[in-house]
Design a protein around this ligand. Structure first.
Ligand code: SF4
Length: 321
């Protein structure tokens, strides 16, 4: 069995809400609320859920781009929250992120060569003499032509800009990449190219992905296992096959029932959820999904369902299971 590269235990990230004359803390937005999972070497864990469910905040907190409220994240057996600034700088190249928006994540005043080479120089992984060789090599495997090294971001299409974002992450030879909605800002025709590129690169390099997306079709294509988030918490996590063929949680079932199927004769049983997503600053008591769940009972509004293994690593948080 492959080695565990990332271990997330009871991770919480609450953002304070301030109010009044003295800007006192009057509440919290519970963006990430007790999330636990493990990621193996070479594995892709897809993280899905509606907008605002805490997927991106989970990714960023794991990378310590934002500080946690509580919980633990171990990367290659080292607790990243107890690392000093120096230790964290050393480990940074191994943990990279690909951002959602290829338009705003690239500095418009820098050439592509400078954008990809910047972190290599900062981390002492290249010097002025060899940085361009590494940049050109990385550009090549990401499908960018050598002459583009001196071009600026505005000269590229959306798909090419995302290739630049991928090359920037890849140049540092990472072991783990958080891909935060990497294709959702792209045209559908380009999405497949980028997803295939991410799959090919993983096969060549063997790194692990935390692949964050609200698009269940994309996640199905790329993931080994899938976690489903609702209002900051994981409600189900299992192998891709179990999630898509044998979902257990009512929320996962509802999400899957909305995925388009390319078959005009297919009779869909769409599950329409009632009501809006409640606020993460005042989540419902008990099971957070009870205000929208078609199977909710009295117990659901009173008791928090335990997140437990229903068998063969299929984790779910629901009183019915
Ligand atoms: Fe629905 Fe109750 Fe299960 Fe929550 S615990 S998903 S409300 S049945």
């Amino acid at each position: 069995m492959a080695e565990t590269i990332l271990k997330v235990e009871h991770l919480k990230k609450y953002f304070p809400i301030t109010g009044g004359f003295f800007q006192k803390t009057v509440g919290h937005v519970k963006a990430v609320d007790d999330v636990s999972f493990e990621l193996k070497k070479g594995e892709t864990l897809g993280l899905v859920g509606e907008s605002g469910c805490g997927k991106s905040t989970t990714g960023r907190t794991i990378l310590r781009l934002i500080e946690r409220t509580s919980g633990k994240v171990e990367f290659e057996n080292k607790d990243i929250f107890s690392m000093s600034k120096r230790e964290l700088t050393k480990v940074r190249p191994k943990m990279q992120i690909i951002f959602q928006d290829p338009y705003s994540s690239l500095d418009p005043r820098m050439t592509i060569g400078e954008i990809i080479g910047e972190a290599l120089l900062d981390h002492g992984m290249a010097d002025k003499g060899n940085v361009n060789d590494i940049v050109l090599e990385t550009m090549k495997i990401c499908g960018l032509a050598p002459y583009q090294i001196s071009r600026y971001p505005h000269e590229f299409s959306g798909g090419q800009r995302q290739r630049i974002g991928i090359a920037r992450a890849l140049a540092l030879n990472p072991d783990f990449i958080v891909a935060d909605e990497p294709v959702s800002a792209l045209d559908v025709s380009i999405q497949a190219q980028i997803v295939n590129l991410l799959c090919d690169l993983q096969e060549q390099k063997g790194f692990s992905y935390l692949f964050i997306s609200h698009d269940l079709s994309v996640v199905k294509h790329i993931s080994t296992r899938v976690g489903v988030m609702y209002l900051g918490s994981l409600v189900e996590l299992a192998s891709k096959e179990d999630i898509y063929e044998r979902p257990l949680h009512p929320y996962t079932k509802a999400l899957l029932s909305a995925v388009p199927v390319p078959d005009p004769d297919y009779k869909r049983n769409r599950i329409i959820l009632k009501g809006d997503i409640p606020s993460a600053s005042n989540p419902p008591s008990g099971c957070k999904f009870h205000t929208r769940c078609p199977y909710a009972s009295k117990k659901c509004s009173e008791e928090i369902p335990q997140y437990k293994d229903a068998g063969s690593g299929h984790f779910v948080a629901c009183h019915l299971i």
